[in-house]
Design a protein around this ligand. Structure first.
Ligand code: BF8
Length: 674
C-alpha cells in the first residue's frame, strides 16, 4: 500500500508539470490561450499559473464562522477557538457549499415556475401542452380543467416545493419514488434556512448530522433540476435529436455575433426568436453586417442547442477566450458560471457585456433586466445594442481579431428520456424499455455512465473527459453526457455516429440498431448529449424508470456518474444528491472535505451513511477502471454476466487505498491516523 501512495505522489507532481506546458487537448483552445498571452490578457488559465492554491481551503479545514477566528483546524492537532474540531468544520463547510449549489438551481427553477404561472395567467400559449399533462399526471394534478388551470396548479406546486412550508417536496415524492420518506426534503427554502442556522457559530456540532443535511439538500437540488427541466420543456418545447456544431469557427466575420451565456434560457429564447425579425435584420444590414449570428456558451448554449440546434461556441472554460477573438458584438449573460473576468477581457475590445438578471450583475456593464412581460422589448434592445456595435469591431484597445484555422466539430444533441423511449419503441412498441434492459442484462450494454459537470483549468481540460469517455465506450459502457462534459466530448468528436468506431464490439452493434431505429441510417453516437447541467434530471428520470422496471433499487443498477473536472458548487450539490439516490459518483477533484477523515469516509465508503459513494480519482484511465469495477460489482450483485477475473485485475484500486492515497496526497502523514 505504501508503494501505491508514493506512486500517486509522483504522479501528482508529474501531472502539474504537464499542465504548465499543455492545458487542453483542444487545438483551437490552446491557440487562443496563446493568443490571449500574446496580447497580454489574463485569463483563468494564466491566473491559475500565478495563484498559490491554499491547502487549508482545498482541505476544507478553515473556519470563518465567527470573529474569534479565522481558525485553521488540523486533524488530531488543532481545534477552533470554540473547540470545533476538524470534522465539524469540514462538515459545516460542505453543507454550506451544497447549500449554495442548491440555491442556484432552486432560484433557476423558481424563475421558470413563475414564468409558467404568468404564461398561464396571461392566457399566453403554452408551447408543449402534452408535456404539461405528463408532468401533471406524474404529480397527481387533475388534467380535466383545461390547460391554463393545469399549468397554474403545476407551477404553484413547484413554487411551494421551492419556497413553501409543506412537509415534503411533491416533485421529489413523485419523480424519485425510491427515496426513504425521512430523506425527502421539505421545501428548499426551509432546508436552506435550517442549513444556514445549523452552520452558524455554536449551533450544530455533529458532523454526521451536517452530512445528512447535505444529503437532503442534494436531493432537494436534484428535485429542482427536475422542476427546471420539466417546466422548461412545457414552456419552450421538448428537445429533439438535432445536428449542430461546436467551435470558435462558428463566429461569423460578416455577421453580428451575439453570445448567450449562463443557464437560464428564457432570454436566449427571445433573442433567437427576434433574430429573424425583418426590421432588426434591415437594421443589421444598414450597419454593414450580412446578418445576425446567435451562438451559445455553457448551459444556456446547451439549452438552445437542444431545442433549436443553435451551435455552441464554447463552454465555461472558454468564455474569456470567446471575447478575446475580438469578434463578439454582445456577450449576453444570465446567471451562474459567469467569470467576473469577462468584463476585464471585454474592456480591451468593442464587445458589450450585457447582464440580464438581478442575481448576476457585473459593475460598470450594461444591465437590461429580464421581466417576463417586457421580454420582447428587452431582447430587441439587446439586439440593437449588438447591431450598433458592429462598426466598432477592431476599434477597441486591441485591434487583433483571432480566426481559428480549425473547422467547427459536428455533433448530434437533443436526446432526452422521452425521445430515447421513442427510438426504443420502434423496436418494441408495447414495452420500449425492454430492448434497453435486455441489452444491459446480456452485457451488450455493460453499464451506463453519466458524464457530467464542468471544465477545470487545474487539469488538462477536455482531455480528462474525452479519455474517460473513450475508455468507457471501449468497455461497452453507454455514455450520457451533459453540461460542459458534453462540450468536451463534442470537441473530441465523440457526439457523432462515426465515433461508434471507438466503442466495444457489442456496444457498436447496439448503437447501429438504435441508429437505424432513430432513422439516422448510421449508428447512434456512443455519447448521447442530454443537454445542460439542469438536464442531468433527464438522466435521473431514465435511471429511475429502469430501476422501477427491473424492480430493484437504484444503487443495484450497473450505472455510475462522473464529473472528472468538477469545479462549481452546483456540481457538488448534484453529486451529493446523486449519491443520496444510490448512484456512485466519480469526481476528479476532491471536494473540499479531505481534511476530515470522518467526512471523507462518510462520502467515499459505500452505503455506510449515504446510499451511494464518491470515487475520487484525477487520472481518467484509472477512473475508467474504477467505474468499470463498480459496474461489474453491480452486475455481479444482480447476477448478470461479467468477466470473472475483474476483482483480481482491479485489486490495486480498492476503495480503502483510494481514500488513503487521496488524504495522503493532501495531508502527508495523516494516512496512518485514518
Ligand atoms: O451548470 S458544467 S461549469 S456551465 S456548473 Fe457551470 Fe459546471 Fe459548466 Fe452549466 Ni454545470
Amino acid at each position: 500500500m505504501n508503494i501505491e501512495v508514493k506512486n500517486r505522489n509522483i504522479e501528482v507532481k508529474n501531472r502539474n508539470i504537464e499542465v504548465k506546458n499543455r492545458r487542453t487537448n483542444d487545438k483551437e483552445t490552446e491557440e487562443l490561450i496563446k493568443h490571449a498571452k500574446d496580447i497580454n490578457i489574463d485569463i483563468s488559465f494564466t491566473v491559475l499559473e500565478k495563484n498559490n492554491t491554499c491547502n487549508n481551503g482545498s482541505n476544507g479545514v478553515c473556519c470563518r464562522q465567527c470573529l474569534m477566528g479565522p481558525c485553521n483546524t488540523v486533524f488530531g492537532k488543532r481545534k477552533g477557538v470554540c473547540g470545533a474540531d476538524v470534522n465539524t468544520v469540514v462538515a459545516r463547510n460542505l453543507l454550506m457549499m451544497v447549500g449554495r449549489g442548491t440555491a442556484a438551481h432552486a432560484s433557476h427553477s423558481l424563475h421558470i415556475a413563475l414564468s409558467l404561472l404568468k404564461t398561464a395567467q396571461d392566457h399566453t400559449k403554452i408551447k408543449d401542452p402534452e408535456k404539461l399533462i405528463s408532468v401533471a399526471n406524474k404529480i397527481k394534478v387533475s388534467t380535466s380543467n383545461g390547460i391554463e388551470n393545469i399549468a397554474i396548479q403545476v407551477a404553484s406546486i413547484a413554487i411551494q416545493d421551492i419556497l413553501g412550508t409543506g412537509d415534503s417536496m411533491t416533485f421529489a415524492k413523485s419523480y424519485l419514488p425510491d427515496i426513504a420518506l425521512e430523506k425527502i426534503p421539505r421545501s428548499v427554502g426551509r432546508e436552506l434556512l435550517d442549513a444556514g442556522h445549523e452552520t452558524s457559530m455554536g449551533t450544530m456540532e455533529d458532523p454526521k448530522s451536517l452530512v445528512l443535511h447535505a444529503e437532503r439538500l442534494g436531493i432537494a437540488d436534484i428535485t429542482c433540476l427536475i422542476i427546471g427541466t420539466e417546466l422548461q420543456d412545457v414552456l419552450f418545447g421538448k428537445p429533439r435529436p438535432v445536428y449542430s456544431k461546436i467551435g470558435f469557427g462558428i463566429l461569423d466575420e460578416d455577421k453580428i455575433n451575439i453570445v448567450v451565456h449562463g443557464h437560464f434560457p428564457s432570454i436566449a429564447e427571445k433573442i433567437i426568436e427576434l433574430s429573424e425579425d425583418i426590421e432588426l435584420l434591415n437594421n443589421a444590414h444598414s450597419f454593414g453586417a450580412k446578418g445576425i449570428n446567435i451562438v451559445g456558451c455553457c448551459c444556456t448554449g446547451n439549452e438552445i442547442l437542444m431545442r433549436h440546434g443553435i451551435p455552441l461556441v464554447g463552454n465555461s472554460i472558454q468564455q474569456e477566450l470567446i471575447i478575446a477573438t475580438g469578434l463578439v458584438e454582445a456577450f449576453v449573460v444570465d446567471v451562474q458560471c459567469i467569470f467576473p473576468n469577462i468584463k476585464t477581457v471585454a474592456n480591451n475590445f468593442h464587445t458589450k457585456i450585457i447582464t440580464t438578471m438581478k442575481e448576476a450583475r457585473i459593475a460598470n456593464t450594461e444591465y437590461i433586466p429580464f421581466e417576463e412581460e417586457y421580454a420582447d422589448e428587452m431582447a430587441r434592445k439587446i439586439l440593437n445594442i449588438a447591431i450598433e456595435n458592429f462598426p466598432k469591431r477592431r476599434k477597441g484597445k486591441i485591434k487583433d481579431i483571432f480566426f481559428t484555422k480549425e473547422e467547427p466539430k459536428d455533433l448530434i444533441g437533443g436526446f432526452s428520456t422521452e425521445n430515447c423511449l421513442d427510438i426504443l419503441s420502434v423496436l418494441n412498441p408495447e414495452d420500449p424499455l425492454k430492448p434497453l434492459i435486455d441489452n444491459i442484462i446480456s452485457g451488450n450494454i455493460y453499464g451506463v455512465v453519466l458524464l457530467a459537470g464542468c471544465l477545470n483549468p487545474k487539469v488538462i481540460t477536455y482531455e480528462s473527459h474525452a479519455t474517460l469517455a473513450k475508455e468507457l465506450m471501449k468497455k461497452n459502457i453507454l455514455i450520457i453526457a451533459t453540461g460542459c462534459a458534453a462540450g468536451a466530448c463534442a470537441r473530441a468528436g465523440l457526439l457523432i455516429p462515426e465515433a461508434s468506431q471507438y466503442a466495444g464490439d457489442k456496444l457498436k452493434c447496439v448503437l447501429k440498431i438504435l441508429g437505424n431505429a432513430a432513422g439516422l441510417e448510421k449508428p447512434l453516437p456512443p455519447v448521447l448529449f442530454f443537454g445542460s447541467c439542469v438536464d442531468n434530471s433527464r438522466a435521473i428520470t431514465l435511471i429511475t424508470a429502469i430501476a422501477e422496471k427491473l424492480n430493484v433499487p437504484i444503487n443495484d443498477l450497473p450505472i455510475a456518474a462522473s464529473a472528472i473536472e468538477c469545479m462549481a458548487e452546483k456540481s457538488i450539490a448534484i453529486g451529493i444528491g446523486a449519491v443520496a439516490l444510490g448512484i456512485t459518483v466519480h469526481v476528479g477533484e476532491a471536494p473540499n472535505t479531505i481534511g476530515s477523515p470522518l467526512v471523507t469516509t462518510l462520502l467515499t465508503q459505500e452505503e455506510e451513511l449515504l446510499r451511494g459513494k464518491f470515487i475520487i480519482e484525477s487520472d481518467p484511465i484509472k477512473a475508467s477502471q474504477l467505474l468499470f469495477e463498480h459496474i461489474s460489482n453491480m452486475r455481479r450483485r444482480l447476477g448478470l454476466a461479467c468477466p470473472t477475473n475483474i476483482s483480481r485485475q482491479l485489486e490495486y484500486i480498492d476503495n480503502e487505498i483510494i481514500l488513503k492515497t487521496v488524504v495522503n496526497a493532501a495531508m502527508p502523514g495523516l494516512v496512518e491516523q485514518v
